[in-house]
Design a protein around this ligand. Structure first.
Ligand code: FES
Length: 112
């Protein structure tokens, strides 16, 4: 019964950011990542785009001071939290866009 309910919930969610749109597969957008211009694949979440380019560190844990990486990629764990266009957002739930400003604030202590 619980499995059936979970499958229903998953099918009701918008999972479009987890699919690569074939028409955008070769397209890129340029973002400002930690103050440097970086080309990322278009049509996916910020977290997925960064991971696809080998940028696996999303933030520094405020408690352990160790680097964190996106974990769930579906808005549950908050390990992908970063500053996107001036406000803290879940990178896995935000679609990457041209001109986006992304700061991972590696040197600043985060407050949750
Ligand atoms: S990776 Fe878990 S909330 Fe984004």
């Amino acid at each position: 019964m619980a499995v059936t309910q979970n499958l229903f919930l998953l099918s009701a969610m918008d999972v479009s950011m987890f699919k690569i749109d074939p028409s955008q597969a070769q397209q890129t957008v340029t973002v400002l990542l930690d103050g440097k211009h970086k080309a990322l694949p278009a049509g996916m979440s910020v977290a997925a785009a960064l991971l696809s380019c080998g940028e696996i560190i999303s933030r520094v844990s405020p408690s352990s001071k160790k680097p964190c990486s996106p974990h769930c990629l579906m808005g549950v764990c908050y390990e992908c939290l970063m500053e996107i266009d001036g406000s803290k957002k879940q990178a896995c739930m935000t679609e990457v866009a041209e001109g986006m400003v992304i700061n991972r604030n590696f040197t600043q202590e985060e407050d949750n």
